[in-house]
Design a protein around this ligand. Structure first.
Ligand SMILES: [Zn+2]
Length: 319
């Protein structure tokens, strides 16, 4: 790091130019304890000209997605880049594409010999007359098909496993995502296996966007699968009785407002780690406040609900 010429020092992605911003940067009082070691030197904002100087004076919080921002402006720059990334996330488009190539459930059941052509026709008619409901539900209601068979056929349709409920740990699972998000997305975190795989269940269709978000937020590898409707409802009831992480749900007028809100939240709570993911129209910010809460340097699975705070933002005031 020492540079005898004293003209330019490079630390991480920051460039310190003594002739430039030195002394000119407004002083800001940034409180908080030191973060992880020294391996992340300097401000995380690539355009920042103050990072190295401020490192000498300031403690290293807040940390957003592994980067420390030296000022509200630099934190905002980091956050804006993350919001743009999430806005352009292709996971949802990928999911839609997969959906187009899916064999209809009725045909899967027919091919498996689990229903007859007249039964399928009857259920389709009932569905059309009612104008609602999934074909699987109509086959269960009208033709006496067992729910577990629908689930097995859905597994074939989505090419995913039907997950067993053994080992479901609601108290631990409640810490993985905000209650509101679990409910709205219709996902059920089931269990963590070997400290590295999270089993994530859905009722009747896979959600690639949710799985990808859970993977990045937990630091675990996510395996998605199905559980049948009855088991899922029972499990959700048990999960709802558990303590979830405190989450504020907020609707904002436009995408830029999300960056502003997140920057304010980071400045106020000064998390040791934080991360933003999008699940469909929900922008989910998680902030790890305590060192003990972090199973990895970037966050991971919290040990107690007090260790992390969630915020969920949506754009627009519909619903
Ligand atoms: Zn900076």
């Amino acid at each position: 790091m020492a540079n005898r010429l004293g003209m330019k020092m490079e630390i991480g992605r920051d460039v310190y130019r003594p002739s430039g911003a030195a002394g000119a940067a407004p002083e800001r009082d940034v409180h908080g304890a030191a973060a992880w070691g020294n391996e992340r030197a300097g401000c995380g904002n690539p355009a920042c000209t103050r990072g190295w100087l401020r490192l000498l004076k300031d403690r290293r919080r807040p940390v957003f997605e592994g980067h420390w921002g030296c000022s509200a402006e630099c934190v905002q720059t980091l956050v804006e880049a993350a919001v743009r990334r999430e806005l352009g996330d292709s996971a949802v488009a990928e999911e839609d594409r997969q959906h187009l190539h899916r064999v209809p459930l009725g045909l899967v059941l027919l091919a498996q010999g689990l229903i007859t052509q007249p039964q399928l026709q009857h259920a389709l008619d009932a569905q059309r007359r009612a104008g609602r409901g999934r074909i699987g539900s109509w086959l269960v209601a009208e033709c006496g098909l067992k729910e577990e068979r629908v689930t097995r056929a859905l597994g074939l349709q989505w090419n995913c496993p039907v997950l067993p409920m053994e080992g479901f740990d609601p108290a631990a699972m409640a810490l993985l995502a905000p209650r509101e998000l679990v409910k709205r997305v219709g996902m059920l975190p089931l269990r963590i296996a070997g400290g590295r795989i999270l089993y994530l269940a859905f009722e009747d269709q896979m959600d690639a966007s949710a799985a990808f978000a859970m993977e990045r937020m937990s630091g675990l590898k996510v395996e998605s699968g199905l559980v049948d409707g009855g088991q899922l409802k029972t499990a959700w009831r048990r999960l709802r009785e558990c303590d979830f992480v405190d989450a504020a749900f907020e609707q904002v007028p436009d995408i830029e407002s999300i960056s502003g809100k997140i920057t304010l939240a980071l400045g106020k709570l000064k998390p040791r780690a934080s991360r933003l993911v999008r699940v469909h129209r929900f922008y989910w910010l998680r902030m790890w406040l305590e060192m003990g809460a972090m199973s990895t340097r970037d966050g991971g699975v919290p040990a107690t609900k007090e260790d992390v705070v969630d915020r969920i933002y949506t754009v627009g005031y519909e619903q």
